[in-house]
Design a protein around this ligand. Structure first.
Ligand code: SIN
Length: 290
């Protein structure tokens, strides 16, 4: 039986590894232990899994309704028969077209789809093929990021919002249907409070989304840029994060309401194939103390 003894923290502020569990066979008690650990650590790692697409979708659904995968860079919407699964991959098909998104480049720090009114609550990434080196994924605790801020900055941002740009994905590519716009004041985007209350734990969390084209609503552009740079410097301090070196069969899940993530680049001639699911956002991010 899974107990708290099977939950091993993997860094100071973010993430735990769950030992001795087969995600294809989860009963109610096991789910409760996993769900409690997820609320506590905001990121969980499960190793040596062997999940069919059905099993990945079934496990993901235990946490809530799933989003249909967004349109990928190849113009397709999802994996045939599994509209909830998004492919993150640099692999090319026989026509030399990518079978998934994000290529082999760096994916910069971001929170998934924060340009939406209700961004997804949770993301899961399951590794099917990994390159021999590179392609590591880092998670950063936005609870720790908030706690790291000097009081002066906490007070300054307490009632401010960031407009989250929807123009570019974390690989820097233009999203389908949008036009190039590199002006934070004019680009299409969704405002969210900078300091949000986590809906399950009520802890204050910093909510930054992406740096590119971000704008702090109501400030002069220069002031917005300066304050954003400070927030990002604190948020991405190495002690706030965990870097994961993948093995085939790993499933890493993170709470988008309490984390950001990024990915290292890797050799584009190596193969990396991941399946991602996302649990729908229940509510819009809401201001802490509102
Ligand atoms: C992502 O940014 O969602 C993908 C992360 C990864 O490929 O490791």
């Amino acid at each position: 039986m899974l107990t708290n003894k099977n939950i091993i923290p993997i860094s100071k502020y973010i993430g735990a590894m769950v030992l001795d569990v087969d995600l294809a066979k989860i009963d109610e008690k096991t789910f409760t232990v996993i769900s409690d650990a997820f609320d506590k650590y905001n990121g969980l790692l499960f190793r040596e899994q062997s999940l069919s697409p059905e099993q990945l979708v079934k496990f993901s659904r235990l946490f809530g309704d799933l989003d249909h995968a967004p349109q990928m860079e190849n113009g397709q919407t999802a994996v045939a028969g599994f509209p909830e699964i998004y492919i993150v991959s640099n692999i090319l098909n026989k026509n030399k077209e990518p079978i998934g998104s994000l290529g082999a480049g760096e994916a910069v720090w971001h929170t998934d789809m924060s340009y939406l009114p209700n961004p997804p609550d949770i993301s899961m990434l399951y590794a099917l093929e990994i390159p021999p080196v590179g392609g590591d994924t880092s998670l950063c605790s936005m609870v720790a990021a908030f706690n790291t801020l000097p009081d002066k900055i906490k007070t300054k941002v307490a009632h401010l919002s960031i407009k989250h740009d929807g123009t570019y994905n974390s690989g820097g590519l233009l999203r389908k249907g949008l036009r190039e716009d590199n002006d934070p004041m004019t680009c299409a985007g969704q405002p969210h409070p900078i300091v949000c209350a986590h809906p399950r734990t009520n802890q204050p969390v910093l909510y930054l989304g992406r740096r590119r084209n971000a704008y702090i609503v109501g400030l002069e552009r220069e002031e917005s840029e300066g304050l954003l740079d400070s927030l990002w410097d604190y948020a991405t301090l190495p002690e706030n994060s965990y870097t994961h070196q993948w093995q085939v069969g790993d499933l890493l899940m993170w709470d988008n309401r309490a984390t950001m993530h990024r990915r290292d680049p890797f050799d584009s001639s190596a193969r990396r194939l991941m399946q991602r699911t996302q649990i729908k956002g229940q509510i819009a991010p809401s201001a802490f103390g509102a």
